[in-house]
Design a protein around this ligand. Structure first.
Ligand code: BES
Ligand code: ZN
Length: 617
């Protein structure tokens, strides 16, 4: 070999080598997007697996135990976990006690737990306990449960609360597998977002395994006197004894929903899809904890009329749990896609009429939200900027309803067939990873818009406030009919109830929400006489009716007492916030405060925080 050849070879090798190190470096720095809501620095050391060994003590209302993590160590000398309101008793690195520091407390983010490690360290172990301030947990007395005999506990991790019950790198960009051993009083059963028991154990000890990597906000635990009933061989319900048959009936279409979802966007990747019906203080309608959706009992209407919530949480098994928003600024990628997918599932199982009614209610919510935010238009952008903000306060229905409208507009522009192929590939390509808005944009351009030669104002939809003018128009004959009936009732002396005979819950909701602002309390009372809406057993109908009773200053048919009872019993934030907002908006702060004094103790921290702010407490 002559010298030039030597040099050429050397240069080539150098190029290959430097190229490799460059991609490696690029991968390391580019692999985690900027994170505003976690102290962790996963580029240098990231947790990969969690082994949790905890004791749930209802006497002291404390969870205590040991968390062991397997870590990916890129030559690090420390690893940082997020904690908030936790007591750290001891920390080990590869089985030997090591030094650690709890940093300064931040109101929003908590405290970084910085642990000294060696570049060879593979596992760390933290012995810790929760405190009475721990925000993820709600400990319920027997009185707050359906059966009134035993206490209950549930966790809520999203958005940044997992760190209040487990020390963790609490960013959605982190993905870990986990297993857990949980000790509870032996009359109770424990379930998690993992492979779950179907019967009680003899000694109150349960073990769990989540073998797919999930983001920390999806780690969840519920403990109570619950039972399991199957709906199909891969779907079923957990609930207290007095609720479990009702839940099994209400959710009896679950298997059909899973089949419809799989037909749309590919296999269900989590084996089992169960729902646990929690006590009514649960702060959300539903929470998509993998394999085990947590749900409010207010969806159990007796007629399956509110089960789009199950379609929604199921849809998160793809949009959210499989393909996860990289940061909370990209929250619309979780919720907008999920509302779109939810409505497609509902259309496939129940038909277009029902799907369009759900879509149109969302469309009206979107108008209301834009009106609410008219002084803060930046908050109507899909891509958020939550710097210095609690993701929980920064999020609103924009992510859901504008996100939906964007995707529906896109679908109508490119045609459903192409859009479905695109979405199916999107989920497959990004399965078990996280995605930023910008990465999504590139993917959309490269895989849907450019190949089909379509120009679309994607950037306007995502980065600008308000609703672009090319928005899809959503219409519903059923709602048009409900509006016609409302106008007819308002004009006539008598109310012909037979005109509403075939109405579903959604038509009732639309009818009530469309009351003119000028409607008199007397008109309200005529409707109440005809339909007894002040005593509606359907929670959604009750909520919108109560809202109107507050708006229109109606006090008949025991409605005031019913509103108070509802607000004391139910902790679902959307309902509670709607009603307290109505009090505020109508200058009825005193009534609001009087009720809140009695109801606050029943609320989970996320609901209480929202209402505290709303009422200026
Ligand atoms: N993941 C959300 C709940 C959530 C959002 C918790 C943000 C914490 C922070 C869940 O999937 C959801 O959207 N629930 C809705 C359901 C509805 C849109 C059908 C709810 O609770 O009302
Ligand atoms: Zn959701």
């Amino acid at each position: 070999m002559n010298i030039t050849k030597h040099i050429a070879l050397f240069t080539l090798l150098l190029m290959v080598f430097s190229c490799q190190t460059e991609t490696k470096e690029e991968k390391q720095t580019a692999s985690y997007a900027e994170e505003l809501h976690s102290f962790a620095r996963p580029n240098t050391s990231a947790i990969k697996h969690l082994n949790l060994d905890i004791d749930v003590d209802f006497e002291t209302e404390i969870i205590s135990g040991i968390a062991t993590y397997t870590i990916e160590n890129n030559n690090a000398t420390e690893i940082i976990l997020d904690t908030k309101f936790l007591v750290i008793d001891n920390v080990e690195a590869d089985g030997k006690t090591t030094t650690f520091k709890l940093g300064e407390f931040d109101e929003l983010l908590g405290q970084p737990l910085t642990i000294d490690i060696k570049n060879s360290t593979k596992t760390i172990t933290v012995t810790y306990k929760t405190t009475e301030k721990t925000e993820a947990l709600q400990w319920l007395t027997p009185q707050q449960t359906a059966d009134k005999a035993h206490p209950f506990l549930f966790t809520q991790g999203q958005a940044i609360l997992t760190r209040t019950w487990i020390p963790i790198q609490d960013s959605p960009q982190i993905r870990i597998t986990y297993d857990a051993t949980v000790k509870v009083p032996k009359e109770l059963m424990a379930v998690m977002s993992a492979e779950n028991p179907k019967t009680k154990s003899a000694n109150g000890e349960y073990s769990f395994k989540m073998k797919q990597p999930i983001s920390p906000y999806l780690i969840a635990l519920a403990v109570g006197d619950i039972e399991y009933k199957a709906v199909s061989n891969r779907t079923g319900v957990y609930a207290e004894k007095s609720m479990v048959d009702k839940a099994q009936f209400e959710f009896s279409d679950m298997e059909k929903m899973v089949v419809a979802a799989e037909n749309l966007y590919g296999d269900y990747d989590w084996d089992q899809f169960d729902v646990i019906v929690l006590p009514p203080s649960f702060p959300f309608g539903g929470m998509e904890n993998p394999r085990l959706t947590f749900a409010t009992p207010t969806v159990i209407a007796g007629d399956k009329s509110l089960t789009s919530l199950i379609a929604h949480e199921l849809a998160h098994s793809w949009s959210g749990n499989l393909v996860t928003n990289a940061t909370w600024n990209d929250f619309w990628l979780n919720e907008g896609f999920t509302v779109y997918f939810e409505i497609r599932i509902m259309e496939a199982v129940y038909g277009k009429d029902r799907a369009n009614m759900i879509a149109l209610i969302g469309r009206q919510d979107l108008d209301d939200e834009i009106e609410n935010l008219k002084k803060e238009p930046n908050r109507t952008k899909l891509k958020l900027n939550l710097k210095g903000k609690n993701p929980d306060d920064g999020m609103n229905s924009i992510a859901y309803d504008k996100g939906y409208l964007f995707l529906r507009t896109l679908e109508e522009t490119v045609g459903r067939e192409k859009f479905d192929v695109f979405l199916k590939n999107y989920f497959k390509t990004h399965a078990f990873s996280t995605i930023t808005t910008e990465k999504f944009l590139n993917y959309l351009n490269a895989n849907l818009l450019e190949p089909n030669n379509i120009t679309f104002n994607t950037e306007e939809w995502i980065f600008q406030p308000g609703i672009p003018s090319n928005q899809a128009i959503i219409a519903s004959d059923k709602f048009a009919n409900a509006e016609k009936t409302l106008n007819h009732f308002l004009k006539s002396d008598t109310i012909d109830a037979s005109l509403t005979i075939d109405w579903t819950t959604l038509e009732w909701v639309h009818f009530i929400r469309n009351f003119p602002k000028t409607m008199t309390a007397k008109d309200v009372s005529r409707f109440d006489e005809a339909f007894n809406l002040s005593n509606a057993t359907n929670s959604h109908i009750a909520m919108v009716w109560f809202e109107q009773a507050i708006n229109l200053d109606y006090h008949g048919n025991n409605v005031d007492q019913n509103i108070e009872d509802f607000l004391i019993r139910v902790g679902r934030r959307w309902y509670v916030e709607t009603l307290f907002k109505a009090f505020e908006k109508n200058g009825k702060t005193e009534e609001a405060l009087a009720i809140y004094k009695k109801s606050r103790a029943n609320y989970h921290s996320v609901t209480a925080n929202t209402i505290d702010k709303l009422l200026g407490l």
